[in-house]
Design a protein around this ligand. Structure first.
Ligand SMILES: [Zn+2]
Length: 216
């Protein structure tokens, strides 16, 4: 059965896929009790070790499993300890131009969450560093730096940031109840996130909405 886009179908989908037990939620950053994010080489914001372990296992699973078409991931806040606020939705596809994607085979790319330039942690670190230095962030993740950090010079988060990801195969269904590959799933989730969480969602959609799920 095909469902139309609505908040309920989003909530059911997230309930079925994301952990609801507080102990199973994975934090994105390596931060202390005051939400100050620790820094590595070259001003890089460090990922949480739990995130490294959790996501590293998913990368290996998708890299080695032909049944998967990629990884879907979500960076989120929690509202009242229970409702996920989708800050950013993305994917890492299994295949690139020449076979297996380097996002899965190159350790430093780390399924798009690596520390180099053009990868999420690298670009966010650069934008935050500029924001702290000049009060004006530059770079690809300027809006992330402004949204996630309360006190840029201290690298203090506004709120705890969580991370979720899952291996995806073509047989999985999106919130509309349609079997989708990871590319279509990403589009469907972004459409829901931008519609229902517009003030917090950081996804940028270029051009027309190309989600193929039925419109309301
Ligand atoms: Zn859908």
């Amino acid at each position: 059965m095909v469902h139309e886009i609505n908040l309920e179908s989003w909530l059911v989908w997230t309930r079925n896929h994301l952990p609801s037990d507080p102990d199973s939620r994975v934090k994105l950053f390596n931060a202390d009790a005051n939400l100050l994010v620790k820094e590595g080489n070259r001003d890089r914001l460090l990922r949480n070790r739990d995130m490294d372990q959790f996501y590293g296992a998913i990368i290996a699973k998708v890299r080695d499993g032909k049944e998967y078409c990629g990884i879907i991931y979500l960076m989120y806040w929690l509202r009242e300890g229970a409702t996920e606020i989708p800050l950013y939705i993305g994917k890492a596809e299994r295949y690139g131009r020449d076979g297996l994607s380097r996002n899965l085979t190159n350790k430093s790319f780390f399924g798009r969450w690596g520390y180099p330039r053009f990868y999420h942690m690298g670009d966010l670190s650069t934008s935050l560093y500029q924001l702290a230095l000049t009060g004006d962030p530059t770079g690809r993740h300027s809006d992330w730096a402004l949204k996630l950090f309360k006190d840029p010079s201290q690298r203090r988060l506004a709120r705890q940031v969580f991370f979720w990801a899952a291996p995806w195969s073509h047989s999985g269904t999106c919130p509309c109840g349609i079997s989708v590959n990871v590319v279509a799933l990403e589009k469907c989730l972004i459409r829901h996130a931008r519609h229902f969480f517009a003030s917090d969602n950081l996804n940028i959609v270029l051009g027309a909405d190309s989600c193929c799920c039925p419109l309301k």
